[in-house]
Design a protein. Structure first.
Lengths: 112, 116
């Protein structure tokens, strides 16, 4: 059972455009993480959001945790080729704080 | 400092053979996870070790898969009688059980397994 659904699965846009990636679940999480993975490497944490409604900014990336703690979004402003990669959201469950559920991933490609 | 190390980085094997994948976690991290990733998709949880507690094996897809963690450090994932559908990248991650980065997973680069 996939508890975290990401959309879109694939996204190819031109450099300079804006984009939003969504991570949705019917489950409530104590916190939610976003990772980025480049080819041949493991995922690397970008951010953790903890409070419902929380917004965090990391340069051109804006992360939001839904008020009900069931969903999250990642918005990238003025995308650059260096943003290319696989973006994964991951939810930390209340029932098992150390078992983290990963989303299905969004593969992002930024064309120069 | 050293990160999570996985070996081998690539493994090609024949159907029916056994394989062992190794993971060296970050020193001092008590939690260790194994995941499987197919075709650059999301991560499929396999097994989780935390200190001396019994491992959470709920993600292992069949009894051909097993894992050990010796001395609370190095872990080995064993796949017996490999099948073609086992072909994937196997990722290991470790995490501290306390502190500001509790629940943050630090990943190795993975082992790419190809079963012919």
């Amino acid at each position: 059972t996939q508890l975290l659904e990401q959309s879109p699965q694939f996204l190819s846009i031109q450099e300079g455009e804006n984009l939003t990636v969504y991570c949705n679940s019917s489950s409530v999480f104590s916190s939610l993480q976003w990772y980025r993975q480049e080819p041949g490497e493991g995922p690397v944490l970008l951010v953790t959001v903890v409070t419902g409604g929380e917004v965090k900014k990391l340069k051109r990336l804006t992360f939001q945790f839904g008020d009900a703690r069931k969903d999250s979004s990642l918005h990238i402003t003025a995308a650059q080729p260096g943003d290319t990669g696989l973006y994964l959201c991951a939810g930390v469950q209340y029932s098992s704080a150390s078992k983290i559920i990963f989303g299905s991933g969004t593969r992002l490609s930024i064309r120069p | 400092g050293a990160g999570v190390s996985q070996s081998p980085s690539n493994k090609v094997t024949e159907k029916g053979k056994d394989v062992e994948l190794r993971c060296d976690p970050i020193s001092g991290h008590t939690a260790l996870y194994w995941y499987r990733q197919s075709l650059g998709q999301g991560l499929e949880f396999l097994i989780y070790f935390q200190g001396n507690s019994a491992p959470d094996k709920s993600g292992l897809p069949s009894d051909r898969f097993s894992a050990e963690r010796t001395g609370g450090s190095v872990s080995t994932l064993t796949i017996q009688r490999t099948q073609q559908e086992d072909s994937a990248v196997y990722l290991c991650a470790s995490s501290p059980d306390r502190g500001y980065d509790k629940n943050i997973q630090y990943f190795g680069a993975g082992t790419r397994l190809s079963v012919l």
